[in-house]
Design a protein around this ligand. Structure first.
Ligand code: NAD
Ligand code: IPM
Ligand code: MN
Length: 349
């Protein structure tokens, strides 16, 4: 049965995965899921001690697992980009996890930051391309450190990469009977995003049953705030997906609530919260573990345990309804009390 590699990582990543595992362990015992966990010491501490990020041997070992459950990486003691590229992006790229699935679902009207918009309005999914675009790492410096310095960072869009993510999004929209919106900047990125636009148009004729729509990325941020109800599924490139899902996290109630799945059904998929290591609140018991717990629920759904996944979401909803939440949501619970509360609610049934 499913084996899960756990990478708590840095900062609040360590605190929130602990709570996710609390819920997974409970489900495991209760329903004889036979889940097997193995923790991996990957992150800033290890890097600072040994200089190692993720070795080839570790990658080989991770290949033998069914999924990865990750907290977050990033540490103020390490220059920006080292851990992000060396660990997180390395894993996404190594396992070719080309889909970054990011649901944006408000669980209770009272946490909507948008006037007159509630749970019936804020409920959609962003499908973010996860292996190319501005994240390819292709680029370099010329005359670095001089007044003539040139810095380049390439935006890569391949036919294969663009087609597989847009096709995945069409399939997702078809299955969920939702409207599919393309978010791009094809009015300016007349090469890179022209390819996105052409592929989208092409696939539209293959999926004539799926209703479609199209917004430029600047306009979509306005629509996400003003009219979130018009969206069911949004497909977009890597960088825009990163940006609009932090906005999405806020309209669903905050960074502490947004979960994601890095998916390639043919390799090893990885589940994690959308938020980072939050050094400003790390080690204080202030982190909201709900995003990490929802990421664990997404992982169970991925393993075909939809009912258990739903049960976790319902328990979270109940805790939220009763204001049994962490400080970021106006509550009094610590990170670990929040996890305990969710287990308690699931137990009660
Ligand atoms: P962040 O998501 O860590 O934090 C942004 C803000 O949201 C902070 O004020 C933080 O306190 C708050 N916040 C985030 N998660 C929270 C939670 N669960 N409960 C309560 N409050 C929460 O983003 P950042 O500050 O831009 O980045 C910090 C570090 O994390 C950086 O090194 C960055 O590169 C890294 N990062 C990693 C990931 C990842 O591993 N997936 C994602 C984003 C950022
Ligand atoms: C995210 C993060 C990452 C990204 C960083 C840490 C590399 O912001 O998962 O949203 O940009 O994808
Ligand atoms: Mn991000």
């Amino acid at each position: 049965m499913p084996s899960i590699a756990v990478i708590p990582g840095d900062g609040i990543g360590k605190e929130v995965t602990k709570e996710g595992l609390k819920i997974l362990n409970y489900m495991n015992d209760q329903h004889n899921l036979n889940l097997k966990f193995e923790e991996f010491d990957i992150g800033a501490d290890r890097y600072l001690k040994t200089g190692e990020l993720v070795s080839d041997a570790t990658l080989k070992k991770l290949e033998t697992f069914d999924a990865i459950y990750l907290g977050a990486v990033g540490d103020p003691r390490v220059p920006a980009g080292v851990l992000e590229h060396g660990i997180l992006l390395k894993l996404r790229f190594h396992f070719d996890q080309y889909v970054n699935l990011r649901p944006i679902k408000l669980l209770n009207d009272k946490f909507s930051p948008l006037k007159n918009k509630g749970v019936k309005d804020i409920n959609f999914t962003v499908i973010r391309e996860n292996t190319e675009g501005l994240y390819s790492g292709i680029g370099g410096f010329l005359k670095k450190g001089t007044k003539d310095e040139v810095a380049m960072q390439e935006m890569i869009s391949t036919r294969k990469g663009v087609e597989r993510i847009i096709r995945y999004a069409f399939e997702y929209a078809k299955k969920s009977q939702g409207k599919l919106t393309l978010c791009d900047k094809s009015n300016v990125l007349t090469y890179s995003h022209n390819l996105w636009l052409r592929v989208f148009e092409e696939l539209k004729s293959e999926y004539s049953e799926v209703e479609t729509n199209h917004y430029y990325v600047d306009a979509i941020t306005m629509k996400m705030v003003r009219n979130p109800e018009i969206f069911d599924v949004i497909v977009t490139c890597n960088m825009f997906g990163d940006i609009i899902t932090d906005l999405g996290a806020e309209i669903q109630g905050g960074m502490g609530l947004a979960a994601s799945g890095n998916i390639n059904p043919e390799t090893v998929s990885m589940f994690e919260p959308v938020h980072g290591s939050a050094p400003d609140i790390a080690g204080k018991g202030l982190a909201n573990p709900i995003a990490a717990i929802l990421a664990a629920a997404m992982m169970l759904e991925y393993f075909g345990k939809e009912k258990l996944s739903k049960e976790i979401e319902e328990a979270i909803k109940e805790a939220i309804d009763k204001n049994l939440v962490t400080k970021d949501m106006g509550g009094l619970l610590t990170t670990s009390e929040m996890g305990d509360e969710i287990v308690k609610i699931i137990k009660r049934g």
